[in-house]
Design a protein around this ligand. Sequence first.
Ligand code: MG
Ligand code: MG
Length: 274
Amino acid sequence: MQKTKQIFFKTDEEVECIRENCLIVSKALALVASLIKPGITGAYLDNEAETLIRDLKSEPGFKGLYGFPATLCISVNEGVVHGIPTKQEFKDGDVVSIDCGSKWNGFYGDAAYTFALGNVSEPVMELLSVTKTALYKGIEQAVHGKRVGDIGFAIQQYCEREHGYGVVRELVGHGLGRSMHEAPEVPNYGRRGRGVLLKDGLVIAIEPMINLGKRDVVQSEDGWTIITKDRKPSAHYEHTVVVRKNKADILSNHDLIEEQIKNNPEINEIFAKN
Ligand code: MG
Ligand code: MG
């Protein structure tokens, strides 16, 4: 992916614009959370999400970006990220990563959530819980004065060392603003105290992509979807945050999604660990 090398720190006004985009994304994912179940197709969800985003006077952030054809990236089971919505119905036991972007007023927003449909096996539920927890471990490090490597280290340490999962190397989080993907890259692996210095006003998307098996990924035949090489399931959670002193401000909103999951009997709640 092409990325600008320059790091842009955002004014408070720009941050509010990005927050608005992230709220639109969160509303679209909340709508998805209310609709998704076995028997539903990704193509249907994509259409619903696009309609909502346009009703909110925004534009889908991914559609047309690098030529991507849809509003949502939908990656099922061994799908890691960048899956194209299809007319194939979801099945009981599927885990479905859904990533969404918005573009409004010259800025972007970005967030993702992995949904567990029906009878998902215990090891896969654990993968989702650990991946969601890892996201917050990364966010804890996104404070003024730390470095990008601190975020990656926290995520890698927790997922790889403590849980034995595969941390995807080829795909990373990113700066975000007037472009969906800006500098710096935010890997989910790294060394403490290394990499770009995090400063107040830096907006980044943190998005652990964690595999139940090995870390290796390959591109599927559709030319877009990234899948695990060993075909074992993968999980993905993402927030856009702004680096602040003492504590990052999370601009996207998973609570809206989780309120809908609570009301959707076919979707399992995913709990972060203490
Ligand atoms: Mg995303
Ligand atoms: Mg992203």
